[in-house]
Design a protein around this ligand. Structure first.
Ligand code: 2P0
Length: 346
């Protein structure tokens, strides 16, 4: 006897960044964040979970390698799902499967821990699959949050807001959809991989250090990110693409400024990242009759050097041409997938 489910979950890219916690155990953030969940077809995690009375112990494989299940974050997710399941089984009187051991097999189809939101897709997928195995209904974002903060946003598609919440127990720190995936139609994401090695300072440690040492962070969480989040929600509601781009780049730049203001500094962007950002500003720098810049595309950088570009389909060819000219391929590289060491995945 065995029960098996397989799920996939895509990565999400934050346009208003989560950086800093007020509770490290429950993973409660210091500010709301907003993200775009990508489509299932590209960068995603895939998790298969089996439970069986014949399994002798719990086991976990990540990208083909057996890992310990002792990780407290995985244990917290497991405990919370089982707690909800046991409540439900008790209510419905159904015989539980909660004593069976569990085998979890997870895989990412993109580099793990390279600042490409792998933990977000991974934990969202794990929690969703656990929910399926144990027959849990209702919102799972507050469970995924306890695996990795950003994972709560990958539970939903399209544009998603993670509310920081006010309660100490985290019950109101949940993610909710704010617009469907097609809200900005024909939108593409281009990832410029400037370096796919593992990042220098993990997000969890980097955030902790920022909260402890950065004065600029106080300004961010008390003022600027609050007003920018409100402006972003308005831009989304009004489908104001140029404003969306402007705010996305501003928030990425502010997050990296607080990282730089951290002691010792957390430096995630490299020279290639800065060149890509400058190119995007150059590309956008066409004034409208009112003298404002009409932003056509935008960049955002997470805790790594790779640029994530949001690009309307109509200009994706032009933009890739520009990137090709800026980073001409070397003779040994496969130009289908590399632009001078920068694989581009439209
Ligand atoms: C985000 N990042 O909003 C921001 C932007 C990285 C930069 O969420 O400690 O891996 O597991 O809650 O979720 C990365 O942080 O950190 C992240 P934990 P997580 O996407």
């Amino acid at each position: 006897m065995m029960k098996t489910v397989t799920c996939t979950a895509p990565v999400n890219i934050a346009v208003i960044k989560y950086w800093g916690k007020r509770d490290e155990t429950l993973i409660l953030p210091l500010n709301d964040s907003i993200s775009f969940t990508l489509s299932q077809d590209e960068m995603c995690a895939k998790t298969t979970i089996s439970i069986s009375p014949t399994f002798k112990e719990d086991k976990f494989w990540l990208n083909g390698k057996e890992e310990s299940l002792e990780n407290p974050r995985i244990q917290n997710c497991l405990k919370e799902v089982r707690r909800r399941a046991s409540k439900r089984k008790h209510e419905s009187g159904v015989e539980g499967t909660l004593n069976w051991h569990i085998h979890i097999c997870s895989k990412n189809n993109f580099p793990t821990a390279a600042g490409l939101a792998s933990s977000a897709a991974g934990y969202a997928c794990l929690v969703y699959a656990l929910g399926q195995v144990y027959g849990i209904e209702g919102d799972l974002s507050s469970v995924a949050r306890q695996g990795s903060g950003s994972a709560c946003r990958s539970i939903y598609g399209g544009l998603v807001q993670w509310y920081k919440g006010e309660e100490d127990d985290g019950t109101d720190s949940v993610a909710q959809s704010i617009a469907p995936p097609e809200h900005f139609p024909d939108l593409r994401v281009v990832i410029c991989v400037a370096n796919d090695g593992r990042k220098k300072t993990g997000s969890t440690i980097g955030m902790r250090r920022t909260v402890l040492t950065s004065r600029l962070m106080q300004y961010r969480i008390q003022e600027s990110v609050i007003s920018r989040t409100a402006a972003m929600k308005k831009a989304i509601k009004e489908k104001d693409w140029s404003k969306f781009c402007d705010l996305t780049m501003a928030d990425s730049n502010e997050m990296h400024a607080v990282c730089q203001d951290t002691s010792p500094p957390c430096v995630y962007m490299n020279d290639t990242s800065h060149t890509v950002a400058a190119l995007i500003h150059q590309y956008n720098d066409v004034k409208t009759t009112s003298g404002n810049v009409n932003h056509k595309v935008c960049y955002t950088f997470d805790a790594g050097p790779n640029a994530c570009l949001f690009v309307p389909g109509a200009v994706v060819g032009e933009l890739l041409g520009l990137l090709m000219r800026a980073f001409p391929p070397s003779p040994t590289q496969n130009t289908d997938t590399y632009i001078t060491g920068i694989p581009i995945q439209p």
